[in-house]
Design a protein around this ligand. Structure first.
Ligand code: NDP
Ligand code: PYR
Ligand code: MG
Length: 542
């Protein structure tokens, strides 16, 4: 756009952060040269929200709704967030799991306006320059993926970009982190997904994934560039394969402000769910035994945080870890197995090998099973019935996303356990009625953690994200669950109240940040007030 047009009202209509669309007032239209560029009668933000609701209501595919919202985000950011925040329970499944999964799978075929920064490994040595092309200069959050494990959908190459975009939209919609501080990033190191490599529309590098020292050097260049350009930035690693996720976290967790959402955020939401479940069963955490289906990032992250929480309640850490057993493609992770990665070994149990999950359930008699395998339907009738035979109130958490990868549905868990399951799933399920009783399944998803963690880090300008901050966050989620919710089986705050719930968690985490002297701002007398003062509200500037 030429200089002549960039200062015009026409340019204003094309700047999503400043655009008000039909809501520009008559005075603004006169001042900015917008007269004639819009239909003549100004409207209001609330009418615009109502128009979007109605438009969405006329679409019958969730992907179409996703596209409408994503076009809106590219056109008018205030209106986009006003819509999302008007009804989070309705809009989260569209901009986040499950619909975002389909959008990532079809990314190259539905590509529209670009958002975020793409860093191809072919640009090694120039990453700071590419990252610096982003127009905002004070970035506080980068959500970054390399696209290798997108939800439970596998390697989607650059199509994974939908995830950082969706997660950061929820930083704002669920916890009020102002959008101008957020930057989605995709690292393109190639893809091993043959169908993408053969697709003429594929938008990423046409090569297999780079691994090993070259990969780690690329990651390091990215981290250093982000540090130099954005010294107050927190980097959230998202949807990397575990072979990359674990070493990256280990390398940087004590060097910079960073965390891995799949390992640590998921762990916190699972622990929160356990605290809720124990209020229903009336049991103690240290009496639980968990069996995980899957032994990757999410499983080992959850198992470790639960073990740490058990240790805080008096169990020896080794004994605590022994209460968290993992089961993967090759069966129960037992000490005699020679194929275990370093991060899996602490959870290997002293037991003879077991090759089927239902046998493992019968042998270990877990109080809860947690599905983080990416494989649907493996919590089958036999498994749920075995859990219901062993436990009065079996904990059943199929956490894999999106819905198509869920280890079971809410209906299956409740039906096969005669309504006794304490259930939560990674992607949302609607209420279920069994024998006249209505159950409300919770969404056991790190969305209860990462936006809140983001707001706490943003408001305090924290230097680090520590493991203890996730335990604090887990307790802060759990303490908000009412007895009324528990009576319906709901062990998390309702999705409709996620904004209020996230701010509560942010306050608790911020208190901890100040206590541990991890903040870069002065401790205020009233931390809740500090958080409230930092919250973004979707309203047009006067
Ligand atoms: N609800 C939430 O908030 C979150 C949910 N998730 C979901 O959890 C899932 C896993 O994520 P993540 O841990 O990062 O992925 P990983 O790839 O790190 O782990 C997947 C694990 O499942 C194992 N697995 C694969 N197939 C089977 C099978 N048939 N039976 C038993 N185990 C199997 C894998 O074994 P192997 O490596 O040998 O193939 C691996 O150990 C994803 O679907 C993701 O969407 C993740 C984060 C948050
Ligand atoms: C929720 C999430 O982070 C995942 O499924 O990967
Ligand atoms: Mg993830």
């Amino acid at each position: 756009m030429s200089d002549q047009s960039s200062t015009s009202g026409y340019a204003l209509l094309r700047n999503p952060r400043l655009n008000k669309g039909s809501a520009f007032s008559e005075e603004e239209r006169r001042t900015y040269g917008l007269e004639g560029l819009l239909p003549p009668v100004p409207t209001t933000l609330s009418l615009q929200v109502a128009r979007i609701h109605a438009e969405l209501g006329n679409l019958d595919s969730d992907l179409q709704k996703y596209l409408l919202l994503s076009d809106l985000q590219a056109r008018n950011e205030t209106l986009f967030y006003a819509v999302l925040m008007s009804d989070p329970a309705t809009f989260m499944p569209l901009v986040y799991t499950p619909t975002v999964g389909e959008a990532c799978q079809k990314f190259d075929h539905i590509f529209r306006a670009a958002r975020g920064i793409y860093l191809p490994i072919t640009a090694r040595g120039r990453l700071k320059g590419l990252l610096g092309n982003w127009p905002m200069k004070d970035i506080r959050f980068i959500v970054v993926t390399d696209g290798e494990r997108i939800l439970g959908l596998g390697d989607l190459g650059v199509g994974g970009m939908g995830i950082p975009i969706g997660k950061l939209s929820l930083y704002t919609a669920c916890a009020g982190v102002p959008p101008e501080y957020c930057l989605p990033v995709t690292l393109d190191v190639g893809t091993n997904n043959e169908s993408l490599l053969e697709d003429p529309l594929y938008l990423g590098l046409r090569q297999n994934r780079v691994r090993g020292a070259d990969y780690m050097a690329f990651i390091d260049e990215f981290v250093q560039a982000a540090q130099v350009l954005y010294p107050k930035c927190c980097i959230q690693w998202e949807d990397f394969a575990n072979i990359s996720a674990v070493p990256i976290l280990e390398t940087y967790r004590d060097q910079v402000c960073t965390y891995n959402d799949d390992i640590q955020g998921t762990a916190a939401v699972a622990l929160a769910g356990m605290y809720g479940a124990l209020r229903i069963s009336g049991q103690k955490l240290t009496d639980q035994r968990f069996l995980f289906l899957g032994g990757g990032s999410a499983a080992t992250g959850i198992a470790e945080l639960i073990s740490q929480a058990m240790a805080l309640e008096g169990l020896d850490i080794a004994a605590a870890r022994a209460r968290n057993a993992l089961f993967d493609v090759n069966g129960l992770m037992v000490k005699s197995r020679t194929d275990l990665a370093g991060f899996q070994k602490p959870f290997a149990v002293n037991h003879a090998p077991i090759s089927t999950f239902v046998e493992a359930v019968r042998a270990l008699r877990p109080t809860g099973i947690i599905g983080v395998s990416t494989v649907p339907k493996l919590f089958n009738q036999q498994v749920i019935e075995a859990m219901a035979e062993i436990n009065e109130r079996p904990i059943i958490f199929p956490y894999s996303n999106p819905t198509s990868r869920s280890e079971c549905t809410a209906e299956e868990a409740y039906r096969w356990s005669q309504g006794r399951a304490i259930f939560a799933s990674g992607s949302p399920f609607g209420p279920v009625e069994i024998a006249g009783q209505t159950f409300v399944p919770g969404q056991g998803n790190n969305v209860y953690i990462f936006p809140a963690m983001g707001m706490a880090v943003f408001a305090t300008e924290a230097t680090r994200v520590t493991e203890e901050m996730f335990i604090v966050a887990a307790k802060a989620v759990a303490e908000q669950v009412t007895d009324k919710s528990l009576a319906t089986g709901l062990i998390y705050p309702p999705q409709s109240q996620i904004f209020e719930a996230s701010l509560h968690v942010a306050v608790r985490v911020a208190e901890y940040v100040f206590e541990k002297k991890l903040a870069r701002v002065e401790r205020p007398a009233d931390i809740a007030k500090l958080i409230a003062s930092r919250v973004y509200h979707p309203a047009y500037a006067a």
